[in-house]
Design a protein around this ligand. Sequence first.
Ligand code: 1CP
Length: 352
Amino acid sequence: MNAPLENDLYLRALNREAVERTPVWVMRQAGRYLPEYKRVRAQAGNFMNLCSNPELACEVTLQPIDRFNLDAAILFSDILTIPDAMGLELAFETGEGPKFGKPIKTRADVDALPVPDPNDSLQYVMDAVSTIRRELNGRVPLIGFSGSPWTLATYMVEGGGSKDFSKVKGLLFSDPKTLHVLLEKNAQAVTHYLNAQVEAGAQALMIFDTWGGVLSPTNYQAFSLHYMQLIVDGLTRQADGRKVPVTLFTKNGGQWLDLMAKTGCDGLGVDWTMDLADARKRAGDTVALQGNLDPSVLYGSPESIRQEVKKVLHSYGDAPGHVFNLGHGIHQFVNPEHLTVMVEAVREFSTK
Ligand code: 1CP
């Protein structure tokens, strides 16, 4: 039996219920800007060892909760665990981004891809989820996550990170049918994976569509949003007698918040390129909004961080349904004490 939840501000805000203060967590809150993370990462030897060791993954998940008293924990893992489980051979070289030993090159590669059973080749992720949930002991809810089918496909086809997405866009415009087959498999894999995370103890879900914003409007709908819709339709939305809220985040997707809200998700992540008042107008009133401080604000002085936090809270206003976050992941070179300033400012300025 898991302990009852002591702090459910995050879940209530996603449900657009009134809250005493605005909950706050940070994308990439566990990571290289924290000296305590770097120590555990060095102990693990490499990034995948860290992800696949439930005790170490649990330890780094809890580090930012202990240090900053955040209102939600996020599973320490990566979106690229799924393509790795499909056989693409993920590796993280030191100082470099992710690389696949066997990227997708041909239609035959796509046809040969298995849809992984999450309780087999991804069992290590589920073990991390259940370990973290137990160790959290009800302090704050645990967010499970995955990449969107399109964002996963960009890495699978490019073979790693990319600036121009030439290979995956080349495929989109030369052989869209093959890309659709790949996206369909990714959508199935993500749906099973997220449902298994809920089964293992995740209390909320987030889908990262980091690269949806590089698509044209019609292609965004056909190649990214459509597949996120399939996932939302297939997710377990209730666990332990509580709703399991789902948040969708398309970076650079502000212009599509209305379409994203129509998927039936509970929350939308907003990056810093759109004001939250405008985001609310566009998204309508059926979803909560998460965001959206520019991550670079944390390079500024404590006083300017406080002012910028105030602006974000003010742009959202007094209505319920706001989860404070950065507009994208925290940068590697940020001083962790500046994050303390941010979190304390959110508490101070949003307390009712
Ligand atoms: O060497 C290291 O320690 C690796 C750095 C690192 C970390 C800390 C990577 C490699 N992944 C992670 C953890 C991670 N990744 C989390 C953990 C939980 C938390 O937020 O604290 C999450 C949610 C992710 C998700 C992720 N991975 C995304 C989507 C969110 C986003 O930031 O846009 C993406 C695009 C990735 C791919 C990835 N993994 C790692 C890197 C450096 C990258 C980006 C590669 C690129 O440049 O495209």
